[in-house]
Design a protein around this ligand. Sequence first.
Ligand SMILES: Cc1cc2nc3c(=O)[nH]c(=O)nc-3n(C[C@H](O)[C@H](O)[C@H](O)COP(=O)(O)OP(=O)(O)OC[C@H]3O[C@@H](n4cnc5c(N)ncnc54)[C@H](O)[C@@H]3O)c2cc1C
Length: 430
Amino acid sequence: MPNKLHRQVVVIGGGFGGLAVTRALARTAVQVTLVDRRNHHLFQPLLYQVAMAGLSPAEIAVPIRSVLRRQKNARVLLADAIRIDTATRRVVLREAPPLAYDFLVVATGALTSYFGHEEWRDVAPGLKDIEDAVDIRRRVLLAFEAAEREPDAEARRRHLTFVVIGGGPTGVELAGAIAELASYVLARDFRAINPESTRVVLLEGGPRILNTFAPQLSDRALRSLAGMGVEVRTDALVTQIDDDGVLLGGERIRAGTVLWAAGVAAAPLPQDLPAPVDRTGRALVERDCSLPGHPEIFCIGDAAAFVPAAGKNPLPGVSPVAMQQGRFVARQIGRRIDGRPMATFVYRDKGSMATIGRSRAVAEIGKVRLSGFLAWLIWLLIHIYYLVDFRNRTFVIINWAWSYLTYRRGARLITGRDQSKRSTSDGRVP
Ligand SMILES: Cc1cc2nc3c(=O)[nH]c(=O)nc-3n(C[C@H](O)[C@H](O)[C@H](O)COP(=O)(O)OP(=O)(O)OC[C@H]3O[C@@H](n4cnc5c(N)ncnc54)[C@H](O)[C@@H]3O)c2cc1C
């Protein structure tokens, strides 16, 4: 049990931000309790590889308990934080008694947002956790199976049409990966259908895809996608999604599979904090990542809206922001305990990248803009490097190399249940 002489730090969330702050507190005289409703830390940047059957879930997730096994001043609780009582300085958990804190770090991340269209959630899954990735993998692989069985050409065409909504990095990755899966990986596996006749449509509401990148990189990504057979439609606002596909104003695109990569919002907990939130529910934090009027509470990563200077946009929801803020907050807690003044968080932007497919990517590192194979190689090396603590990093590399050389997909299993089918009391699916 925690030593009473030490300050109690409670960290909610074992994602990039929460893990970074916990690990950086290893040598500080505090007791850290990390609470997460999941037992694993997830490497979200590679989720699309699970969704596209390139990697298995265990290759991109690691038990939080095992990451922190050597850190004596940290313990892990598998629990759902449902409320924060700032008056008594306690975190209310669903499954356990409240946790008292001297310092609290909220690092609860983000969720998929449908901008008020909750009814789209079932027909157009988003990609945020392992369950989403396995669900998408199931839908995509079943679509090919359904097409293989289908005698009617029109219905077959519908099964083989995939619509991806949202032209940010995740949408671009998904669209490129479906096109590749169809033309390289599945091409030889089917008899009645020709997977190369797969239609992949990427819909972007704004004027260009990858709009956080330089326009020339958006153009290159567009050309790469076109070369892979992906139809990219910009200024395309989806007005309806249903079992038959999507509506763009008066135009219907009939599709068997629709995927949503168009929006995220903060997970609900920050809205419970005594702080203003932005329109996506992120807590507006001070320059030291604490809440206004609550120097003992910090909010970091995707859960926070950190505005670096007046009039500037908040920092983006990417893992380097969460990790750097996590390490920064750990230092601030140490400073506070030592009676030193708080510092200001400064984000060091090391660049951004998006992969478009096998050996294609775009990267923007400072003023350097790269695309094609070199960008993809850098993307690959960075992602492997950051799979830190994933004991099976070697397996991931071997798996990738194998997939790359052979165009095979080791993880092409159809598992999980159709969400619309309820299981019976004995666990059977009717
Ligand atoms: C598909 C996808 C691709 C991405 N690709 C990239 C990329 O290529 N590069 C990049 O830099 N970023 C990428 N990102 C973004 C990046 O993953 C996030 O910015 C990063 O994960 C944010 O870290 P975080 O610690 O704030 O939250 P997260 O990593 O999301 O962690 C939040 C944690 O909090 C837990 N939690 C939430 N609420 C509660 C609660 N009430 N009680 C207990 N536990 C709770 C969750 O279970 C989770 O473990 C991608 C994201 C997605 C979804």
